[in-house]
Ligand binder design. Structure first.
Ligand code: ADP
Ligand code: MG
Length: 476
């Protein structure tokens, strides 16, 4: 169902992440402060597995008791503003709004809401305590998020971790694959064993077999020390190979035997050895980019969602990133945190949070961190705001009507200016989306697929059309 998520609150910032779930089939519902007895109140909940925890009504004094009337429709929430705070959409005041998933609705300078898609309740499954953080905080593995997508990830992680099959973690760059891989080891029965981590992108050319399988003394040259290799070192534990897509298909084939039976040989040593290691591999390319028989041996597949699939987590992630920086930097804590306390709430504008919520991310949490640095760099005072330069660029970018946009069609704000997207950026987005244009144009922040096709032509990139294909690995 469509729900309203709190993404910024001036008076009660600790409530970021709570959602109001309207009753479908019911009449108009009331959203406001300590809801009015005459109407059906829309209350906020925190969603956890098996329960929606009811929260107190909002307390902001400037919010009216009846601020919004909310009427749920199949694909939208019709919001009518009847309270004293103005309702803003795309920075413009409106009294009525047909709000769809992804829309950001601001109430004065008091509250920012995001329209999200949520299940009515999350399934009732038990998770290890380490995966259940205090609301809005990081769990024991550093994973932040209260969205349905991140809870589903935690569920799959708990399921896969205790099994012994090899694992493939997919997901866009910066989405948290490495966090998931480490959590996978720490939740597994191999936790007392080693976690050996290596990025396949950093393997030295020509020495990869020796890296993986080790070598005998004096092999290939006299004086070479004996080495166990990554496979031998991970015996009884987990071998985490990041960026596995960078390993050639030929070398992927070398791993088949050790994946099947644990058997391998060191270079220059004819003896067969055994390693009871579990491989956890990660890639931002999707399973289809791997050699098929290698991929077939990575039977447990976990797809880490990008920020587009868990937008309501963006302010939680941003707050987490800022807290981590401020803990190590007194100056940042003093300037950008209420009371100078880096464990507390950041001082940031509704405008900044809205801007972060409406853009598309190519490198996800990493990009979010870079944007926050940019905001800190350009905020001369002690409130984090949208960098002036970014606001300027957006204002200057004149909208480019595209044939794909039906007149009056719903549009998300803050589109990218196609003129600023160079060939490398476009190609990176396409690669990230495995060539699926329907996803790539959204990732680039364009208005339609037609804009992407024109960009492909302009940069002389292939415009072969690929329709999105639902896949259990990439999530479609
Ligand atoms: N859900 C999350 N909660 C908290 N931090 C996250 C989350 N996802 C990613 N990060 C942070 O984002 C950065 C990139 O994550 P990483 O696991 O290295 O991504 P990937 O391996 O997918 O490229 C890290 O600093 C990580 O701590
Ligand atoms: Mg990584």
């Amino acid at each position: 169902v469509l729900a309203l998520a709190v993404v910024w609150s001036r008076t009660e910032p600790a409530r970021i992440g709570e959602v109001a779930l309207p009753e479908y089939g019911a009449d108009v519902q009331v959203f406001g402060r300590a809801p009015w007895v005459g109407g059906q109140p829309l209350t906020l909940v925190r969603q956890r597995f098996g329960t929606n925890i009811q929260c107190a009504p909002l307390e902001a004094p400037s919010l009216s008791r009846v601020q919004l009337l909310v009427r749920p429709e199949p694909t939208s929430l019709v919001l009518s503003n009847v309270g004293q705070l103005p309702m803003l959409h795309d920075g413009r005041p409106v009294t009525q709004l047909t709000a769809r998933a992804g829309d950001v609705v601001q109430l004065g300078d008091e509250l920012v809401l995001l329209v999200v898609c949520r299940p009515r309740s999350l399934p009732d499954v038990a998770l290890p305590d380490a995966l259940v953080p205090a609301f809005g905080r990081a769990d024991a593995f550093g994973l932040i998020g209260e969205s349905a997508a991140i809870w589903e990830l935690r569920r799959q992680l708990a399921f896969a971790a205790i099994r012994d099959d090899h694992v493939l973690i997919t997901g866009p760059s910066g989405s948290g694959k490495e966090l998931v891989a480490r959590a996978m080891h720490r939740l597994s029965r191999r936790v007392a064993g080693p976690l050996v981590t290596r990025s396949a992108a950093t393997f030295p050319d020509g020495l990869i077999d020796a890296e993986l399988f080790g070598n005998a003394r004096d092999y290939p040259n006299p004086g070479m020390a004996e080495r166990p290799g990554l496979v031998g070192s991970a015996d009884g534990g987990t071998l985490f190979l990041d960026e596995i897509g960078e390993l050639s298909h030929g070398l992927q084939a070398h791993l088949l035997r050790v994946l099947d039976a644990g058997e391998y040989q060191r270079l220059g040593d004819g003896r067969s050895r055994m390693s009871r290691m579990r491989l956890v591999a990660a890639t931002n390319r999707g399973a289809h980019a791997l050699k098929h028989d290698f991929a077939a041996r990575l039977r447990l597949r976990i797809a880490v969602p990008g920020l587009d699939d868990r937008r309501e987590d963006v302010p939680l992630l941003a707050r987490h990133v800022l807290r981590e920086l401020a803990v190590r930097d007194d100056d940042l804590a003093r300037r950008f945190f209420q009371g100078g306390d880096p464990a507390g709430e950041p001082r940031w504008t509704a405008r900044l949070v809205a801007a972060l919520l409406t853009r598309s991310f190519t490198t996800h949490v990493r990009e979010l961190a870079a944007l926050l640095w940019d905001a800190m760099l350009h905020s001369p005072g002690d409130i984090l705001d949208v960098p002036r330069s970014a606001a300027h660029r957006r204002a200057a970018a004149s909208p480019d009507p595209a044939p794909g946009d039906e007149p009056g069609a719903h549009q998300t704000p803050a589109h990218a200016d196609p003129g600023t997207l160079d060939a490398a950026r476009v190609k990176a987005a396409l690669d990230e989306c495995s060539g699926v244009q329907e996803r790539a144009w959204r990732m680039l922040g364009l208005r339609s697929r037609y804009q992407l096709i024109r960009l492909l032509r302009k940069h002389g990139l292939s415009a072969a059309t690929r329709k999105p294909r639902p896949s259990p690995v990439t999530g479609g």
